[in-house]
Design a protein. Structure first.
Length: 189
């Protein structure tokens, strides 16, 4: 679910950039910024989208398993897990000003499109009910810690939080016959 959601955002961002720039110059790519040895992985003249962190959406935490009916049987599924994704868009361009231009366009796009739903975006992956995207404000210390954690040199960048993906294991914990009637006996003391 994480992979297809981020791929969807990359596709939408690329479509927007191509419309605004009227060319294929500059492209958002999905992937790690550096490999395990610290070597840069992004293509030159591109914006790299990388997953920085996964957070649990605690206020949406479900504690009890879900009961659903599948093929006439009662099925118990584990509770769903609601998560947020913290992602980084980093610009690596031959000219510094072009990187800033691309980031500015992406900021404009996400400001104008902060919510993606299947009714507005039919290409949204099945099972994703909505993606809400918000800009995260990191101070200099947090930004430094993030880049150090990633093992990369600082580039012009922006951080977004993508709310809220819901993941749920579809392997049943228990199955049984559903309760269809409840019979009560009047007059029992």
């Amino acid at each position: 679910m994480i992979d297809v959601s981020l791929k969807f955002l990359v596709d939408e961002a690329n479509a927007y950039l191509q419309r605004r720039l009227n060319s294929d110059f500059g492209k958002v790519e999905l992937g790690a910024l550096v490999d395990d040895k610290g070597n840069w992985q992004a293509t030159k003249d591109s914006v790299r989208l990388t997953l920085f962190q996964i957070e649990e959406e605690r206020h949406a935490r479900a504690q009890v398993p879900q009961q659903v009916i599948v093929d006439g049987r009662s099925v118990t599924l584990p509770p769903p897990l609601a998560i947020n994704l913290v992602v980084l868009f980093a610009a690596s361009f031959t000219t510094y000003s072009e990187g800033l231009r691309q980031l500015s366009l992406l900021l404009t796009f996400f400001q104008a499109h902060p919510l993606f739903t299947p009714s507005d975006y039919p290409a949204l992956p099945p099972g994703v009910d909505r993606l809400a995207i918000e800009l995260v404000n990191y101070g200099p210390e947090q930004t430094n810690q993030m880049w150090t954690c990633l093992g990369a040199k600082h580039l012009p960048s922006m951080v977004y939080r993508i709310r809220m993906l819901v993941l749920q294991d579809q392997e049943p914990g228990a199955t049984g016959t559903p309760i269809l009637d409840i019979h009560t006996h009047a007059g029992l003391r």
